[in-house]
Design a protein around this ligand. Structure first.
Ligand SMILES: O=C(O)CCC(=O)C(=O)O
Ligand SMILES: [Fe+2]
Length: 132
């Protein structure tokens, strides 16, 4: 669960820095009507307006890799509101840790070159630790 308290100077603060999720798929439930989630689209940050009782389904980097780039993991961030608190509930879905992470064979055997190398689950998560 993420909680973004009100902030008197929202233009100077980010609730959550810009990133793409390292999951397969992420679902996000906005717990109210205050917008905060933004997605990078066509060179701009665009608000994802909360819709009552709806989940935002976000593609993560594992699906981007497994789909050989057909599905993109979008960059997104969360901004804070001057007056209102915002909460979101996020669920990250990952494949079985015994599964290697790479483009699906069904896609590359048809002649499309693999755009990503295949690595183990452990190597995948280690790559995020060494970035920090
Ligand atoms: O709370 C939000 O709107 C974004 C959360 C998010 O992107 C994350 O937890 O990865
Ligand atoms: Fe995220």
């Amino acid at each position: 669960m993420n909680c973004y308290p009100p902030c008197p100077e929202p233009e100077r603060v980010l609730g959550l820095f810009a990133h793409a999720d390292n999951s397969g798929i992420t679902t996000l439930l906005d717990c109210g009507v205050t917008p905060g989630l933004q997605v990078w689209k066509d060179g701009h940050w665009v608000f994802v307006e909360p819709i009552a009782n709806a989940l935002v389904v976000n593609i993560g980097q594992i699906i981007e890799i497994m789909s050989n780039g057909i599905y993109k993991a979008p960059d997104h961030r969360a901004v804070v509101n001057r007056l209102k608190e915002r909460m979101s509930i996020v669920t990250f879905c990952y494949p079985n840790p015994h599964v290697d992470i790479g483009p699906a064979k069904e896609l590359t055997k048809l002649g499309s070159p693999p755009l990503y190398k295949t690595i183990t689950n452990e190597e995948y998560f280690q790559s995020f630790q060494s970035e920090a």
